[in-house]
Ligand binder design. Structure first.
Ligand code: DGL
Length: 270
């Protein structure tokens, strides 16, 4: 048994990297659905079906706890999965809540009523499907009142990152930040609401300027998972290391992943 980490492609590696540094002794299985990425331009129905199939694949690896290290799947599919599909002995968790708890300065699992918070103007950068779902605003409304969220769907960005086209990715980030700033000239905080985007966090920071506080998920999710596993140690499992699975071409996915993680990574066919 191990903890399963899922993303549509390579973006979840940013989360896996932070998690393995925080929890070096916990075994993991990473699954990238590279054959079907990007998810961010798909319908909610499609994302639900693909995410359920990937989760079942991780269950078959003995991962009773699966982390959707993908905001698009967390936004478009997770609620429905938890309400209608996940059996009682399994857990599927997303990556939104740790981010929103950090933004609203809440402790893990603080379920008190929504309250006024310091941050008032938040820029959200995410995939078109995540923005369309409004899941971020829904989760935020459970915890905070009076926060104005301006969401920018970053069309094309995940594709550029998956293809390793850094020049295009940087140009798209600058143009998406400009587009957002036309609607919200002075955001106080910015959320990188897609696990691919931390790979270009510096470009986002430069385009946003020094006054904007940038929230990025990997460390926040790693901390939240460490806390969860302290409370639910039965999900840790007994293996060792990380197994990497992909629905895409293992050789080319391994090459890209090796560049991202700056260590040799070998993916196998899922
Ligand atoms: N990394 C993903 C996310 O966090 C998926 C992006 C995509 O496949 O479009 O949203």
């Amino acid at each position: 048994m191990a903890v399963g980490i899922f993303d549509s492609g390579l973006g979840g590696l940013t989360v896996l990297d932070a998690i393995t540094k925080r929890l070096p002794d916990v075994p993991f299985v990473y699954l990238g659905d590279n054959a079907n990425a990007p998810y961010g331009v798909r319908s909610a129905e499609d994302i639900f079906d693909l995410t359920c199939a990937a989760t079942e694949r991780l269950w078959a690896e003995g991962c009773d706890l699966v982390i959707l290290a993908c905001n698009t799947a967390s936004a478009a599919a997770l609620k429905r999965m938890q309400e209608t599909w996940v059996p009682a002995d399994k857990r599927v968790l997303g990556v939104f809540v740790p981010l929103i708890e950090a933004l609203t300065e809440r402790q893990w699992g603080d379920n008190s009523p929504p309250r006024e918070v310091a941050v008032k103007h938040v820029a959200l950068f995410a995939t078109p499907a995540t923005v369309a779902s409004r899941a971020f605003q829904r989760e935020l409304a459970f915890r905070a009142i009076g926060v104005d969220v301006e969401a920018q769907p970053c069309g094309g960005l995940v594709d550029a990152i998956e293809q390793g086209d850094d020049i295009l990715a940087e140009a798209l980030i600058r143009s998406h930040v400009e587009a957002l700033k036309r609607r919200m000239p002075h955001p106080q905080s910015a959320i990188l609401g897609c696990t691919h985007y931390p790979l270009f966090e510096q470009t986002f920071r430069e385009a946003l300027g020094p006054t904007v506080k940038v929230f990025s998920q990997p460390d926040l999710v790693a901390e939240a998972l460490a806390d969860y596993l302290t409370r639910r140690p039965e999900f840790i499992g007994g293996g060792k290391g990380v197994k990497y699975l992909t629905t895409g071409d293992p050789a080319s996915v391994s090459n890209k992943a090796t560049q991202i993680l700056r260590k040799k990574v070998s993916f196998q066919t899922a």
